[in-house]
Design a protein around this ligand. Structure first.
Ligand code: ASP
Length: 412
């Protein structure tokens, strides 16, 4: 019994507050349940991912047919790319930051257990997608970054190794030698200070060059080939190296996998933007941006301009829009429109933005959507395996080719 009126009032207030909290929780719970339709299970396993030259997607599909875990299947694909020194967008041989150091980002979400793990800006450890899973399985955290993530990985038995292959080092050297002040330093695309460089239209070496651009691109390429030879880049590698410098591209691998038990998972891994500022973290390790999986709804992942994707929490937005009833394709296009909205649909800026989403619903429905219909003049495609492995075209919000940013380095 409360001994004083003041104590009585304060206890009643606490009880009332507790009641309020409980009833709010109940409301939130039930509204979350009401808002999620029952999508049912996929009739056959489905995997969606980026194009890969390795046999890992077929192997991952077999894992699902054999009753394997959906996250194990998605990670099998990501790890395969990390192990491949010829994929210079992830893991070993990933193109480095502006100081020539490889820094990797990765995350994963396991639908059935509703858990997630992530690592960012990790040096010297190749299989960061597996480190992300280890963070999920063996710590009370979701995300580890930088030196701490590296030390955690080593403590868990991941070997420290030099990720900068000779091939990537020489491409970086070629970039260093041609570097101008048009890099990641200075105002970003979303800053009022940002201006398209006057010479951009001519210097950018557009993927679909106009007749006027060709002589300049050819002259730049000729100089770069000569410099590549000086640096010691093997003749067979020169074209790739020159291309990487002329078109500083990006790359990442995302994989989402669903099985017939209605279990779904996703994982994303990357070396991020090449020549980035050390310490830069992109969208790939951000749960909700580079990857998001909700066991009740589906899974989504992203490749492309990480900064733009973080600002719309792309993967999470897609999953929530699917929860509200949009198809994978509608949800992806609606999320791309949010990126366009951030620039008031200003094409003079959006032409520098690249974005692709890989979307898989729990019932096996899927879509690949992209902001632009082509890159390097080619139509863009993603890989699907649902018993048959094939490439399918992305559905694009805009027809055209996006222009790579930063622009082509000027020659000294
Ligand atoms: N999204 C990655 C990043 O921003 C790069 C990419 O996918 O190309 O780090």
């Amino acid at each position: 019994m409360p001994s004083t009126r003041r104590e009585f009032l304060s206890r009643s207030a606490m009880a009332a507050t507790a009641g309020l909290v409980l009833s709010q929780a109940a409301t939130a719970d039930s509204s979350a349940n009401v808002a999620t339709p029952n999508f049912g299970n996929a009739k056959k396993p489905v995997i969606i991912t980026r194009h890969t030259n390795l046999p890992t997607v077929g192997q991952a599909y077999q894992m699902l047919l054999d009753g394997g875990d959906t996250l194990d299947a998605a990670l099998h694909i990501c790890k395969g790319q990390e192990d491949d020194p010829n994929d210079d967008t992830v893991g070993l041989g990933g193109l480095p930051n502006e100081e020539g150091v490889v820094e990797l980002d990765a995350c994963c979400m396991h639908g059935p257990s509703r858990r997630a793990g992530s690592v960012a800006a990790v040096r010297n450890i190749k299989n960061v997608c597996m480190v992300a899973r280890t963070v999920m399985q063996r710590t009370g955290h979701v995300m580890l970054a930088g030196e701490g993530a590296e030390r955690f990985a080593v403590a868990e038995g991941f070997p420290r190794e030099n990720l900068l292959t000779d091939r990537s080092r020489k491409i970086w050297l070629l970039w260093k030698e041609t570097m101008s002040n048009e890099d990641w330093w200075g105002p970003g695309l979303d800053s009022p200070e940002w201006k398209p460089p006057a010479e951009l239209a001519r210097n950018v070496a557009p993927r679909n060059p106009q007749p006027d651009d060709v002589p300049q691109i050819q002259a730049q390429a000729k100089r770069l080939y000569a410099m590549a030879a000086d640096i010691g880049i093997a003749p067979a590698d020169r074209q790739h190296a020159v291309r990487r410098v002329l078109f500083p591209s990006t790359g990442t691998i995302h994989a989402s996998a669903v099985n017939t038990k209605g279990e779904i998972s996703g994982a994303t891994t990357t070396s991020g933007l090449e020549w980035k500022i050390p310490g830069r973290v992109g969208d790939s390790p951000i749960i909700g941006a580079g990857c998001y999986t909700d066991q009740d709804v589906g899974s989504a992942g992203a490749t492309g301009s990480g900064e733009e994707n973080i600002k719309v929490a792309g993967a999470h937005t897609i999953v929530e829009l699917m929860r509200q009833g949009m198809s994978p394709r509608e949800a992806g296009l609606a999320t791309l429109r949010r990126i366009a909205r951030n620039y008031n649909s200003d094409m003079s800026k959006l032409r520098y933005v690249d974005m692709e989403y890989y979307i898989l619903r729990r019932d096996g429905e899927y879509a690949g959507v992209s902001l632009w219909s082509s890159a390097a003049g080619d139509g863009r495609k993603f890989l699907v395996h649902d018993g048959t492995q094939r490439m399918e075209p992305f559905v694009a919000l805009y027809q055209g080719t996006y222009v790579e940013w930063p622009i082509v380095p000027k020659l000294k």
